[in-house]
Structure formats: structure tokens, C-alpha cells
Design a binder for this molecule. Structure first.
Ligand code: UPG
Ligand code: MN
Length: 379
């Protein structure tokens, strides 16, 4: 991540005409030309969604971009291929000072700066599929229906952004945050919000979780060391958590809701193995009968004994202080852990899990299934 200073066109008049007063700061985009550690880059607006590998964009030259759907002789500056160069960066700043932007945002300026885009070299015209905007569905619905399924990058341009809406898959309606239901005839908005909710939001949550996990690694907070593992019901109360190791140890019950298990996971939530709780000491030896799923850790083998250090946590030491015998500890563990086996998750539950970032990447939430869902909107 590179921190940059904000550059604002401060062109209130043009931005008012555009009805987007907030877009003066898009001049900040020009900083991308300072990324001179790279020979070529692709700029993507924060409101774009890449649907498949688009590496071939790097075969294009500066400045390649797709036509803007509002004025196709201009390119849209939400997706463009460029070559970082301090010289270009300085020329852009100079141009901004001397000429400004005809729309108050970066797009107007970049179109004037790269003014031969429209006429000189057709290879610099990216197919619309690389910057498919929401407006396509209103302005040319048959084309959207015919070509839309091949979209590679979707751009939620305009003041209507999907993250300001909630989508109800049951009623297929969308609601603007804090206001009334939005007309269902706004097909693209429906599509956009649904796509955002089912793909972007979970990813954002995932990123946030990884970030929080990384922070916890630096400064372990034992009460938060709880990891949910699909299929198994994991206690919300960790029995114990190793502090200065890479392991997280929790109590759980197996998927049949039977004996309490000790679940040992790597901090990155890779499940190593499960073992019925038999011993609770400061150090436990665990013989791995069978890894409960293919482990990515080469040193954990079935049949081998592994010693896991259990550095006491509040709950673990509480239990040990209150109840000294192993049986009592075990029964206490089962009290804490055993939960009834849940009914199969409803569509609503599945959606909530998605939104909470619990994603079954290898199962029902695999990319192919998401792709099918996207296709169902487009076909
Ligand atoms: O407060 C802001 C506002 C914008 N951006 C960035 O600037 C981009 C442009 O804003 P956006 O709301 O996406 O604008 P669009 O609705 O896409 O409007 C059009 O007009 C803009 C101004 O010229 C161009 O930047 C866009 O590429 C073009 O699609 C965003 O995606 C962000 O990457 C920020 O980071 N912070
Ligand atoms: Mn945009």
C-alpha cells in the first residue's frame, strides 16, 4: 500500500454540472503514474469488479481504455492501461493547473491529455467487456443480454453504488439504506447489489478478518481466538489457546454432536487434527489418528505423536482451578461445548454466513457456482 496526498480539482462548477460534487478528489488517481517500480499497470476504480483473469490487458499500450457509455468518443477512466512515469505525472499536474478538467474529475482531464485516444490507434480501445457499466442495461438492453455474459470487468459507475443498497433474494427487491423499497424495474441495480452482496462483501469481510488476525498475532487477545470450522460445532468458549505458538486450541464437539473434541488449528485456520478430550494438562500429547482434512502441514502425520504446549488462558486456568480432576474438566468441557446438531442451513442462513465471511470456497461457494449465479443474471 502506498499513501499519497489527495489532489482535488476543486472545480465546484463542473462537478455540479456532473451532479457529482465528491469527484474533485479523483485527481488523486494521477499518483498512479508514480508507480515507477512497474513498467506497465492497469488502473481500476474502486467500484469495479473483475470477473475473470484479465492479464491480457498488459499486452495493451498506454493509454488503453474502453469508451464511456455516456459519450463514446471519450474513454471511461475507471479502467485503463498506463505506463508509470514521473515525467507523465508531472505533465498531468501541469496540465491540471493550466487547463483543468472539462468535467471537474480525472476523466475529463485524462481525455484531454490523451486526446488522440478516440482517433489514432484502435488497439487502445478496450472492448466494453473490460469496463461494462451499469448504464448498458438501460441504454442497450438487448446488447447487454447478448454480450453481458462475457463481461470481464463490471463498473458500478454513477452515483448509485451497490453498497448503499440491500438486496432481499427472497422478494428480489432492493432497499436503499434507510429508505423505502426501490423499484424492481431497476434491473441492473438489482443485479449489481446482488453481485456486490454475494461476492464483494464476503471478500471484504475476509480481508478484514485476515487483517484482524494479523493484528492479533502481533498482540494476542485470547478471548478472541475462536475459529469456526465448517461441519463441526465449535465452542464459543475456547478451552485453552496457546499463546506464543502458531496453534489455536479449542474445544468442540464432533459433527454428530457426540464426544467433546479438542480441535487444534493453525492460526490461519488450517485444521490439523481433532482428538477426543482425554487429557488436559499443561502439555498434551496428541496422537494423530487421522487428519480430519488434508493438512497442508507436512510435519503432521497420522500415527505420529505431537506435543502441543498449552499455555493457560483464563478459561483453561479457571476450569483447572475450580475442578481438579480430569473427569470434571472433561464434563465441564462438554457442558460448554455440546450443542444440538443444526438443521440444514436455510437460504437465509447461508446468505448470513456469506455476509459474515464464512465462505465455503471449496464447496457450494466455489467460484464456478458464483459464476453460474452471475450467468443466471445475465442470460
Ligand atoms: O472519495 C473518493 C472518491 C473517489 N475515489 C476513487 O475515484 C474513483 C472514481 O469515483 P467513482 O465514484 O467510481 O466515479 P464514477 O461514478 O465511476 O464516475 C466517472 O467519473 C469519475 C470522475 O471523472 C471517474 O473517476 C470515473 O472513472 C468515471 O467512471 C473511485 O472508484 C475511487 O477509486 C476515492 O478513492 N475516494
Ligand atoms: Mn467508478
Amino acid at each position: 500500500m502506498v499513501d499519497v496526498d489527495e489532489i482535488d480539482s476543486k472545480d465546484a462548477m463542473c462537478l455540479a454540472l456532473l451532479k457529482r460534487p465528491e469527484l474533485g478528489v479523483t485527481f488523486t488517481k494521477f499518483h498512479c503514474w508514480t508507480l515507477t517500480q512497474f513498467s506497465k499497470c492497469v488502473f481500476l476504480d474502486a467500484d469495479t469488479l473483475v470477473l475473470c483473469n484479465v492479464d491480457e490487458l498488459f499486452d495493451r499500450e498506454e493509454l488503453s481504455a474502453a469508451p464511456d457509455s455516456g459519450w463514446p468518443d471519450c474513454f471511461n477512466s475507471g479502467v485503463f492501461v498506463f505506463r508509470p512515469s514521473l515525467k507523465t505525472f508531472n505533465l498531468l499536474l501541469q496540465f491540471a493547473n493550466e487547463c483543468g478538467s472539462f468535467d471537474g474529475g480525472d476523466q475529463g482531464l485524462l481525455n484531454n491529455f490523451f486526446s488522440n485516444w478516440a482517433t489514432t490507434d484502435i488497439s487502445k480501445h478496450l472492448p466494453f467487456l473490460y469496463n461494462m457499466s451499469s448504464s448498458a442495461v438501460y441504454t442497450y438492453a438487448p446488447a447487454f443480454r447478448y454480450f453481458g455474459k462475457d463481461a470481464k470487468i463490471v463498473h458500478f459507475l454513477g452515483s448509485t453504488k451497490p453498497w448503499n443498497y440491500k438486496y432481499n433474494p427472497q422478494t428480489k427487491t432492493i432497499t436503499e439504506d434507510g429508505s423505502a423499497s426501490v423499484s424492481e424495474s431497476q434491473l441492473f441495480l438489482n443485479f449489481a447489489v446482488e453481485m456486490y452482496s454475494s461476492t464483494i462483501l464476503p471478500l471484504l469481510k475476509k480481508v478484514q478478518e485476515s487483517y484482524e488476525l494479523a493484528l492479533r498475532k502481533e498482540k494476542p487477545d485470547l478471548s478472541e481466538n475462536q475459529i469456526e470450522f465448517e461441519g463441526a460445532l465449535i465452542s464459543s468458549h475456547p478451552l485453552s489457546t496457546s499463546v506464543n505458538t502458531e496453534y489455536v486450541i479449542e474445544t468442540t464437539v464432533d459433527s454428530c454432536g457426540e464426544s467433546p473434541l479438542l480441535l487444534v488449528t493453525k492460526r490461519e485456520a488450517v485444521v490439523l487434527f481433532q482428538q477426543p478430550v482425554q487429557k488436559v494438562e499443561s502439555t498434551i500429547d496428541i496422537t494423530v489418528a487421522e487428519p480430519c482434512q488434508s493438512s497442508t502441514l507436512p510435519n503432521v502425520q497420522p500415527g505420529l505423536q505431537h506435543t502441543v504446549e498449552m499455555v493457560g488462558t483464563s478459561l483453561y486456568s479457571d476450569i483447572c482451578e475450580k475442578k481438579n480432576t480430569q473427569e470434571e474438566v472433561t464434563s465441564s468441557v462438554s457442558e460448554l461445548s455440546i450443542q444440538p446438531e443444526p438443521d440444514p442451513p436455510s437460504a437465509e442462513d447461508q446468505r448470513r454466513k456469506w455476509e459474515e465471511g464464512h465462505i465455503d470456497y471449496l464447496g457450494k461457494d466455489a467460484f464456478e457456482n458464483i459464476q453460474k449465479k452471475l450467468d443466471s443474471f445475465l442470460l
